[in-house]
Design a protein around this ligand. Structure first.
Ligand SMILES: NC(=O)c1ccc[n+]([C@@H]2O[C@H](COP(=O)([O-])OP(=O)(O)OC[C@H]3O[C@@H](n4cnc5c(N)ncnc54)[C@H](OP(=O)(O)O)[C@@H]3O)[C@@H](O)[C@H]2O)c1
Length: 252
């Protein structure tokens, strides 16, 4: 198969590219670093990058936490992708979303819900895969929410999963053809973001003070509620956060 990975230079995207190539697929990577801006670049560049693809895997992201910004980003990129797929005849659009976000229509999750709605209504046969927070999310929060050695961790109850296992799941879904809503994927054990960051820092030997803060509003309530752990039907990943810390998949 030829698989186009939109966001193939990102945290999970790099694993999707690696897994797809290892399974013998031809892979095209779309990102700004690869010369394709999916929010505002020219349509013909998107068409050229998607030509001949049997599946598109969308693992794009934005760092904004504003609902308006997230909705604008995911709406613009998803519309452009779906329109290009219709023009060049891509038969399967796979999008990655987040477990448990129904009812948390705020902040970044407002963008993900808008994206899911567009994909479901978009006229391209699709699969929507939801995953829990990645193990790598702990490091992403350190990078985005630290002032020197102090990190603010939103109170978040989750069931984190390795991005490498999410990539395995995404490539299997891409290979299998459109299913609509695919099974959710969560990790093997409950955790909190603050505890994950503390263990990441201890593992790396970094002196870091982690302040757990309950974010206000619907977004904060949703993060803390436990909804992000997914339901009983979710597929469970096998690599725990603590095993992942010292694993070759993380080092690689
Ligand atoms: N992180 C988590 O814990 C988690 C959990 C569940 C689901 N997800 C979902 O997984 C997806 C990927 O998340 P991630 O954390 O792997 O993202 P990430 O590391 O921030 O990577 C984002 C990717 O999007 C690309 N990108 C951003 N803006 C672009 C644009 N205008 N045009 C083309 N490419 C663009 C980036 O490449 P360039 O900068 O080169 O453009 C990069 O490859 C997201 O949809 C997220 O909601 C994440």
């Amino acid at each position: 198969m030829r698989i186009a990975v939109c966001g193939g230079t990102g945290v999970v995207g790099r694993h999707v590219v690696r897994v797809a190539a290892a399974r013998g697929h031809e892979v095209a990577v779309l990102s700004r670093a690869e010369g394709v801006d999916l929010a505002r670049g020219p349509e013909d560049a998107v068409d050229a990058a998607l030509a001949g693809a049997d599946a598109v895997v969308d693992v794009l992201s934005t760092s904004t936490l504003s609902a308006k910004g997230a909705v604008a980003f995911f709406t613009a990129t998803t519309r452009r992708l779906l329109a290009a797929e219709q023009r060049v005849g891509v038969p399967h659009h796979v999008t990655l979303s987040i477990v448990g976000i129904d009812g948390i229509d705020a902040s970044y999750y407002a963008g993900k819900l808008a994206q899911e709605r567009l994909v479901a209504a978009g006229g391209v046969p699709h699969s929507i895969v939801r995953a829990a927070q990645f193990h790598e999310f702990a490091g992403q929060i350190v990078a985005r929410a630290s002032l020197g050695p102090v990190t603010l961790a939103p109170r978040t109850l989750t069931r984190p999963v390795a991005a490498a296992e999410v990539a395995d799941h995404l490539v299997a879904v891409a290979e299998g053809g459109p299913v609509g809503r695919a099974p959710d994927l969560v990790g093997p054990a409950d955790d909190t973001l603050a505890a994950m960051i503390r263990r990441l820092s201890a593992h790396e030997g970094t002196r870091r003070r982690v302040l757990e803060v309950r974010l206000p509003g619907r977004y904060g309530a949703g993060l803390a509620s436990g909804a992000l752990r997914g339901g009983p039907d979710a597929v469970r990943g096998r690599l725990s956060f603590d095993d992942w810390l010292g694993s070759t998949v993380r080092a690689g």
